[in-house]
Design a protein around this ligand. Structure first.
Ligand code: NI
Length: 392
């Protein structure tokens, strides 16, 4: 009989090992689609456990299969492995050794937690009914993302349930964020170029001022959320880049704008490009300018299955206690975990990894981001106990 208590004890026995893996990965971060050394490290470590079938579904991803001694369901667990183009400002001794690249989102911790889970479960093969599949995913941070590539490579074939987690620093250590239904938004991207006519800043009447026109485009794009869509729908339109001009006395011929659109509802999502282009076309035409407009749909929204999420909440209560459950609100961030959820009912959840007392307060993607390493064993405990519930 495998109990929560015995599993939790097994996790505590390897917690230093999990922290060591995380620190090794933290020192050697690699960018999206370039996780060569990371994938090799994961592959070699998984092989050392024995009893796993280890595969390389794509160039920089790894999949391990733990096939139980009896038939049953297939449970997939996912960790992302990529880092970001950020210069680390942390000074601890395991800070990044790869200049300009940093694990500033906690994916080093995700990889370490899933390695720890694989280590423990690989010693329990005879107790597994069905299969546990460990998905070490490349390129979460960069569209089109690694998840979709792995799905195309067949890693979700036959999977009945998929779970994944994110170490989350806005959530304090001691909490696990659970959210049934829509949890994270679809992140889409747009690019606009306002094409005016450049000239001398003292003779504006001889130009078509792309700066003044592009500024109106930005202002009027705000109406899409505030005036053109249902206030009860969730939508974000953010202009994040505005580039034009070279000096104080020249009106530039063009201005480039780009930004992000976030939504949950597919119908609303599909309406947005036309609403945006109507604004861009109207404003530029009104002032005698032309435009270019490009729009790209990104990841699908993360929508958690009600039943699997209920089950994960039970796992949290049984493994850690009811006080750990935090029923969080959805947020407008994006995550390509959604690609796996297209193939099987799934649940994505947050493990609280912030800790004000320890000074772990910086947001994700910040040069001083880090996680409370005590959260690593929380993630492993939840993964192994989810396996206990689903495939034992
Ligand atoms: Ni992340």
């Amino acid at each position: 009989m495998t109990t929560t208590a015995t599993l939790n004890e097994a996790v505590e026995q390897i917690k230093e090992q999990v922290i060591a893996w995380r620190r090794h990965l933290h020192q050697h971060p690699e960018l999206s689609f370039h996780e060569e050394q990371t994938a090799q490290f994961v592959y070699d470590t998984l092989l050392s456990f024995g009893s796993l079938e280890v595969h390389r579904p794509t160039k920089t991803s790894v999949m391990a299969r733990l096939i139980g001694s009896q038939p049953g369901r297939v449970l997939a667990m996912r960790a992302d492995m990529d880092a970001l183009p950020i210069t680390e400002e942390n000074t601890f001794d395991f800070a990044s050794k790869n200049p300009g690249v940093m694990h500033a989102c906690g994916h080093d911790g995700h990889t370490a937690m899933l390695l720890g889970t694989a280590k423990i479960l690989s010693g329990m093969k005879d107790r597994i009914k069905g299969e546990v599949r460990f998905l070490f995913q490349h390129a979460e941070e960069l569209y089109p993302g690694g998840a979709e590539e792995m799905v195309q490579a067949g890693v979700m074939d036959g999977v009945d349930v998929v779970i994944g987690t994110h170490l989350w620093s806005p959530l304090e250590y001691g909490k696990v964020g659970i959210c049934p239904g829509p949890m994270m938004a679809a992140p889409d991207t747009f690019w606009i170029t306002v094409l005016g006519k450049g000239g001398h800043a003292a003779l504006p009447h001889q130009t078509v001022d792309s700066i003044a026109i592009a500024a109106q485009v930005v202002t009027n794009l705000q109406h899409i959320v505030s005036r053109n869509t249902d206030p009860l729908d969730n939508l974000v339109v953010s202009v994040t880049q505005f580039v034009g001009g070279t000096t104080h006395n020249v009106i530039p011929g063009s201005v480039s704008i780009c930004g992000t659109v976030r939504s949950f509802d597919q119908q609303l999502r599909e309406r947005v490009p036309a609403l945006m282009e109507r604004v861009v076309k109207g404003i530029t035409e009104a002032h005698g300018a032309a435009y270019e407009f490009k729009y790209e749909f990104g990841y699908r929204p993360v929508i958690n299955d009600a039943e699997v999420t209920r089950l994960m909440e039970e796992v949290v209560v049984e493994t850690l206690g009811p006080e750990w459950v935090d029923h969080i609100k959805p947020n407008m961030g994006g995550e390509d975990f959604s690609a796996f959820q297209q193939k099987a009912p799934g649940c994505f959840f947050y493990v609280g990894a912030g800790n004000k007392e320890k000074g772990i307060v910086y947001p994700h993607h910040h040069p001083r981001f880090t996680v409370d390493e005590d959260a690593l064993q929380v993630g492993v405990k939840l993964f192994v106990n989810a396996a206990r519930k689903i495939v034992m």
